[in-house]
Ligand binder design. Structure first.
Ligand SMILES: NC(=O)C1=CN([C@@H]2O[C@H](COP(=O)(O)OP(=O)(O)OC[C@H]3O[C@@H](n4cnc5c(N)ncnc54)[C@H](O)[C@@H]3O)[C@@H](O)[C@H]2O)C=CC1
Ligand SMILES: O=C(O)CCC(=O)C(=O)O
Length: 445
């Protein structure tokens, strides 16, 4: 442990002011430690030191002109974390909270997540501190074009393939792809999450939410149960939450909550397909707030609240942003009978919340396993682009199911503890082993 504490201390000194990155690295290394502390070859090759040091961090100015003719400047980034098992791969986030530390945590997590997917993808993440909220279509387009004008120098279909994340969906991917194509004068699969008529994959929009639900089904199967009739607390109302909600409703579960950064809407009866359709229009076309959905259907709305302490549920799925479920929320969930928690959002739970779930030995799956369906179908989009083919929805869904099943098996293999599965240990060890073996084979690079 002394060696581990030293490593963590060095990291904190070297990268001060990056609390999310520190949290991610500490959680991973502590989970891995029992499996690697006696593997001298890992230390001799500096695998851990190299794993937590990005191969490259690109920071750039993103100037654009708003609708009033005023020049605005945002800060853009791409963290190219690790390319041991394939080209850098990971989303782009547009949110005012974006900074180098947040993107390093996301790129670090992405590296291990991609290692779990069974596909050949390295880890990366990018973004900007741009807030799309309240911006016009024209402003969003000009921002995306300016962002890509710089980013295009650093990415490519065999080098680094970005996709969406918070604040970046089909619309933004379209604007960025258009600008890339114009500047490079070539049509290549440089981004995933593309539209279906221009190189996208069926099921990519659905993949993170559907994959999360498929993973939860695997977890519940361990306990001899299924989703039918389960009471589920869900947070968020963006891409991941939308498709998790749809698949849960289709599977017979009762979805009790949705949330956005302003508050939570509660429906003790369970949301229906009609609510889902209204949510899709509200969030993806009108770009409105959840309070409007509550008003439209006369549902309970809790201003400024998160879902966790406000309903009793069997399953909790954080699907909004990092650290959105803290220790007090975790305690409230357990007190109210919740026994299965899986992260749709990257690092959705704080370190204290995770410790409590692990101590209490409830089913808890970290994001790198539970939300890997999105990047997996992105990997399948890359495969289809290389083949210049479009697979059917059935073909993609079958592959997504198989990948989530394989990830679950890997977690069980490395995380079994009697009749309990420690998914934190399982997911981290499995993802790490894949990346570490490739790094060992490739020498000190
Ligand atoms: N889109 C994808 O394919 C994948 C997304 N993720 C993760 O899932 C999470 C959600 O991402 P998306 O649904 O794609 O983004 P999105 O932009 O479509 O939706 C984000 C949601 O989070 C909420 N939110 C954002 N910041 C918040 C805050 N500070 N407090 C409360 N709510 C907040 C928003 O209101 C919205 O409901 C993120 O953690 C993302 O990294 C993970 C894997 C893949
Ligand atoms: O589809 C992708 O490449 C990105 C997915 C992503 O950003 C994530 O898994 O967190």
């Amino acid at each position: 442990m002394e060696r581990l504490d030293q490593l963590l201390q060095q990291m904190r000194q070297r990268d001060p002011g990056e609390p999310e990155f520190h949290q991610a690295v500490e959680t991973v290394l502590r989970a891995l430690w029992p499996d690697i502390e006696n593997r001298e070859e890992i230390f001799a090759a500096g695998i851990l030191d190299r794993l937590i040091e990005p191969e490259r961090v690109i920071q750039f100015r993103v100037p654009w002109v708003d609708d009033q003719g005023v020049v605005r400047v945002n800060r853009g980034y791409r963290v190219q974390m690790n390319s041991a098992i394939g080209p850098y791969k990971g989303g782009i986030r547009f949110h005012p909270s974006v900074n180098a530390g947040v993107l390093k945590f996301l790129a670090f997590e992405q590296t291990l997540k991609n290692g779990l997917t069974t596909l050949p993808m390295g880890g990366g993440k990018g973004g900007a501190d741009f807030d799309p909220k309240g911006k016009s279509e024209g402003e969003v387009m000009r921002f995306c074009q300016s962002f890509m004008t710089e980013l295009q120098r650093h990415i490519g279909p065999n080098l680094d393939v970005p996709a969406g994340d918070i604040g970046v969906g089909a619309r933004e991917v379209g604007y960025m792809f258009g600008q890339y194509k114009r500047l490079k004068n070539e049509f290549t699969g440089v981004l995933t999450g593309k539209g279906l008529t221009w190189g996208g994959s069926l099921l990519r929009p659905e993949a993170t939410g559907y994959g999360l639900v498929y993973f939860v089904e695997e977890m519940l199967r361990q306990k001899g149960s299924g989703l039918d009739g389960m009471r589920v607390a869900l947070s968020g109302s963006g891409n991941v939450a939308q498709y998790a909600m749809l698949m849960l409703v289709e599977s017979g579960a009762k979805v009790l909550t949705l949330s956005d950064s302003s508050g939570t809407v509660v429906n003790e009866e369970g949301f229906t397909r009609d609510h889902w359709r209204a949510l899709m229009t509200l969030k993806n076309e009108k770009r409105g707030r959840l309070s409007e959905l509550a008003a439209e259907f006369n549902l309970k709305y809790l201003e400024g609240e998160r879902p966790w302490a406000n309903v009793s549920c069997d399953v909790a799925l954080p699907c909004a942003t990092q650290n959105e479920l803290d220790e007090a929320d975790a305690a409230a969930l357990l007190k109210n009978g919740c026994y299965c928690i899986a992260e749709g959002s990257n690092m959705g739970c704080t370190a204290d919340a995770v410790s409590l779930f692990r101590r209490e030995k409830v089913l808890y799956a970290p994001s790198k396993a539970a939300n890997a369906g999105g990047v997996s179908v992105s990997g399948l989009e890359m495969s289809q682009n290389s083949l210049r083919l479009l697979w059917t929805e059935g073909e993609v869904d079958e592959k997504l199911h198989a990948i989530m099943h394989a990830i679950h098996n890997a977690c069980v293999k490395y995380g079994r503890d009697g009749d309990h599965v420690d998914y934190v240990r399982g997911a981290n060890v499995a993802g790490f082993m894949k990346v570490a073996e490739a790094m060992l084979a490739q020498g000190v690079v």
